[in-house]
Design a protein. Sequence first.
Length: 459
Amino acid sequence: MIIQILLPEIKELLDKRDFATIKEVLMDWNPADVADFIKLLGKNEKVLIFRILPKEYATDVFEYLDIDLQLDLIKTIGHSEITEILNEMDPDDRTSLFEEIPAQAAKQLIMNLSHEERVVAQKLLGYPENSVGRLMTPEYISIREQWTINEVFKFIRENGKKSETLEMIYVIDEKGKLLDDIKIIDILLAQPDAIIKDLMDENFIYLNVNDDQETALHDFKKYDRNTLPVTDSSGILIGIVTSDDILDVAEEEATEDIHKGAAVRTLEEPYHTTSLFEMVKKRVSWLSILFLSEMLTTTAMQFFESELSKAVILAVFIPLIISSGGNSGSQASTLVIRALALREISIKDWFKVFRKEIITGLLLGIILGMIGFIRVSAAQMITGSFGIHWLLIAATIAVSIIGVVAWGTLMGSMLPLIIKKLGFDPATSSAPFVATLVDVTGLIIYFSVAMLVLRGSLL
């Protein structure tokens, strides 16, 4: 809100070229707020504002900007300025930037880094995509178990500015193997002559550099941590991952699952910057598959064409029947997909899921079936539109709904588990996909029930 209020005033200062006042105002702001402010400005104004900021502060602001805006500034700002900013950036944030730009451009920027930062950047980019290695930063504080608290404080004063965070201090041996992590609060409260070994309990959580980022996200949630150490396969401490990076992963994972849940291929760029062609490309494939699948519904109706011609009244309830099954299936798939994502269940729990969902589906079907039965009965009492066989029609609707809802619930719950078992992302068993499958089978159930119940009367 304060940004929106001050925007006209700062723009006026820009017109007057009063950069000293602008700098004084912005330096009192949080870097994240300055980044939000820069996003509201025109292209030339963005560059002007960015250039008047002190280099160290400008680096902090740069890390909070969107990738697209970072790239725009890289193209506009002078070579020496951007090189200085890239050298000062946190390695993990810099890696995220390099991942988003063309390989040739990333290579050029990496070559402009200092030797030390270039080695760090190349090492981080060498880890598999979506691995913990791409998230971590090598900027942390590590100490030895034989040090005293005074020695630790001296070391922190000399090296603390280079660390991403001082919340946790890591204990390593002479080979660099992680032995323990200690909260800074425990060190602060210890006696000056105490030995670090006396504070160790050797009960620590760590990530492997090749772990998937989803594993890191799960561990951060499970252990309620703001930072976790990263080791190689030999247990050597090589970096840390902090909560700000994990929040980005959580957002990306949630976005990907939401997109897949709506039968849309994941967008690589924000919605407002995604081109029209790309938007169509991301959506047309699944829509085409769903459209072709829905054609099976037409085939099913053609198969039961003679029954429809004898009892046209059955057609009135087709949308009701198939939507009930599709909705119940979509509910079940969404719940199971989310439970899998949160690791509340796994593939080995399939029978528990099966048992719970078949009972749930039957109960839901009975409730909806009763509503359907009452609906037909009420219409008959008011209008008499269903004729002398209204009771059989009402029974057909009720039984069909029970069967279709139970089947839709079962299919919606089992499909994500089957897809995961096959090694694919269960989110691909999206609600629209489940609903489409249930539409076809729902019609078969409906007309099969109708043929049994109405045989000898309407059929």
